[in-house]
Ligand binder design. Structure first.
Ligand code: ATP
Length: 429
C-alpha cells in the first residue's frame, strides 16, 4: 500500500506557533537521530478537521534526555514545566512570538498489565513505535505523524486507524484491551457520543464480556474518575443512556439501578444543565451532576464509599451527598410556605446538588427557580457596623437580628435600607 502523507491536514489544522515549536523539536530530533512523531488524539483530530489543543509528541528514545538537549540548544525559548521520571515524559513550553506553546513530550514505551484492571507496568522505554502504539485504546487513536525532515507528514498507521476513522468505527487493538483497562469502555462511550462513531461488532462483544465479568477489583478509582469527568462533561444525553443501557455503570458500582424511563431522565439531565448553565460556577463540574443523578438512589454510606473509591475531593463528595440529603428531605420543601423557608431549605447546598434534586424531582421546579433566580443572591444592607451605630452592643444577638432582617427581606416584607433600619428598631426596642 502507498504511504500516506498528511501535509494538507497538518498545514490546515496546526496553528502557526505550534508549527514553529514542532519544527524546533524536529530539528533537534534530527540532530540526535531520533524518530519523532505527533501521536494519538491530535493526529485523529487533524484528519477529521477538528481543533485539538493537546499536542502529544513521542520520540523513539528518551524524552527526558531529549528535553534536556532542547533546553541546552534553545535557552530562553524552551523550558521544561514538569517531568515524570518513571514514564520518562515531560511537559514543555516554547515561548514563540510572545505566545507560550505547551507540548507533551513522551518517550515511546512498551507496557503490560500484570492483572486485569491493574495499572500498567512499563517494560521498555524508547521501544519501537509499534510497541508504543499497540498499548493504546482504539485504532483511531493509534496513528502517528512523522515530524523528521526526511519523512515529514508521513502517517504511520499499523492498525487501520485511518480507515476506521473514515468509517466512524471504534475498534480496540487486541481482545484483552478492555480486560487490561476497563476505563477504555468509558473512553469509547465518550468518543462514540462526541463523534457519532460506533463500536465495531467484535469491540462491542468484548465490551459486554468485560462488563459481565465483574473483574474490576483492581480498577483504579482515579482513572474511572478521570474518564467519567471527560465523558459526562461533554453534556450529552446519549452519554447517560449509553452508560446505563450498556451496563457501563458497573465500573462505578453494580448496585446503581434505574426503574424509570432512562431516555427521559438523560434528556432532562442534559436540558437542565443547559438551562441552568449560568448558575453553575464551573462547567468542569457538570460531570458531578450526571454522577449525582446516577447515585441518588443509593444510600449515603454507599455514595461516600464510591466517592472514596474514586478519590473525589471533599467538595466533590459534598455535591453528591448533599444532593442525596435534599432528595431525602423533599417533604420539608413540599411543606414550605414562605420564600424564606425555600431559601433555608437550599441555602447551604451547592447549585450542582440542587440541579440533581431538580432532575429527580421535576415537580419542584417552581421552588428551585424561586431560589436560584430570585432568592439565592439576596443580600441585606444591614450589618454589624450599622447595628453598633444604632446603639446595639456586639454579641450573639447580632446574628439573630441580621437573620431576622434577611428573613423579612426575602419574604418581601421590607425592600429598602431604610425599611431594614426601621425593622431593626421595631424588632429590638
Ligand atoms: P481527547 O480528545 O478527549 O483529549 P485523546 O485521544 O486526545 O482524547 P488523551 O486522554 O489526551 O485522549 O490521551 C492521548 C492518547 O493516549 C489517546 O489518543 C490514546 O492513544 C492514548 N490513551 C489515553 N488513555 C488511554 C487508555 N486508557 N488506554 C490506552 N491508551 C490510552
Amino acid at each position: 500500500m502507498n504511504d500516506k502523507f498528511l501535509e494538507k491536514e497538518f498545514e490546515k489544522n496546526i496553528p502557526a506557533v505550534v508549527k514553529t515549536a514542532l519544527k524546533l523539536c524536529a530539528e533537534a530530533a534530527d540532530e540526535k537521530l531520533l524518530p519523532i512523531f505527533l501521536i494519538g488524539g491530535i493526529v485523529r483530530d487533524i484528519i477529521i478537521d477538528k481543533k485539538n489543543f493537546d499536542v502529544d509528541i513521542t520520540v523513539q528514545g528518551n524524552a527526558v534526555e531529549f528535553s534536556g538537549f532542547l533546553q541546552r540548544s534553545h535557552p530562553g525559548v524552551f523550558s521544561v514545566k514538569e517531568i515524570h521520571d518513571s514514564f520518562k515524559t515531560a511537559k514543555v513550553l516554547f515561548a514563540i512570538n510572545n505566545e507560550t506553546v505547551a507540548l507533551d513530550l513522551a518517550s515511546t514505551r512498551k507496557e503490560s498489565y500484570p492483572h486485569p484492571s491493574s495499572l500498567p507496568v512499563i517494560e521498555e522505554i524508547g521501544c519501537d513505535l509499534y510497541d508504543d502504539v499497540i498499548r493504546r485504546d482504539f485504532t483511531i487513536n493509534s496513528m502517528a505523524l512523522s515530524l523528521n525532515k526526511d519523512s515529514f507528514y508521513k502517517l504511520t498507521d499499523y492498525l487501520g486507524g485511518y480507515e476506521d476513522l473514515q468509517n466512524g468505527i471504534l475498534r480496540v487493538l487486541h481482545p484483552e484491551s478492555f480486560i487490561d483497562d476497563p476505563t477504555r469502555i468509558i473512553r469509547g462511550l465518550k468518543f462514540s457520543v462526541r463523534f457519532g462513531y460506533r463500536f465495531d461488532d467484535m469491540t462491542g462483544t468484548l465490551m459486554r464480556e468485560c462488563l459481565n465479568s465483574g473483574r474490576f477489583d483492581n480498577l483504579a478509582g482515579e482513572r474511572v474518575k478521570l474518564e467519567l469527568k471527560q465523558a459526562f462533561n461533554v453534556n450529552r444525553a446519549e452519554c447517560l443512556t449509553g452508560f446505563i443501557q450498556e451496563n457501563i455503570y458497573r465500573l462505578v458500582d453494580t448496585e446503581i439501578s434505574f426503574p424509570g424511563n432512562i431516555d427521559e431522565l438523560a434528556y432532562r439531565t442534559k436540558n437542565t444543565v443547559d438551562n441552568y448553565a449560568k448558575f453553575l460556577s464551573n462547567p468542569d463540574k457538570t460531570w458531578l451532576i450526571y454522577l449525582g443523578v446516577l447515585l441518588t438512589g443509593l444510600s449515603q454510606e454507599k455514595i461516600k464509599y464510591i466517592a472514596e473509591k474514586m478519590y473525589l475531593s471533599g467538595n466533590e463528595t459534598d455535591i453528591l451527598t448533599d444532593a442525596k440529603t435534599i432528595c431525602e428531605n423533599r417533604d420539608k420543601l413540599e411543606a414550605s410556605q414562605s420564600s424564606f423557608e425555600v431559601y433555608e431549605f437550599f441555602e447551604k447546598t451547592k447549585t450542582e446538588s440542587i440541579l440533581v434534586f431538580l432532575i429527580k424531582n421535576k415537580s419542584f421546579k417552581d421552588k428551585v427557580d424561586l431560589y436560584l433566580k430570585e432568592l439565592k443572591d439576596i443580600k441585606t444592607n444591614m450589618d454589624g457596623n450599622i447595628l453598633i451605630k444604632m446603639g446595639l452592643k456586639p454579641g450573639p444577638v447580632f446574628g439573630e437580628v441580621l437573620r431576622e432582617v434577611l428573613k423579612a427581606r426575602i419574604n418581601g416584607e421590607i425592600t429598602s435600607p431604610e425599611q431594614e433600619a426601621e425593622f431593626v428598631r421595631n424588632f429590638l426596642f
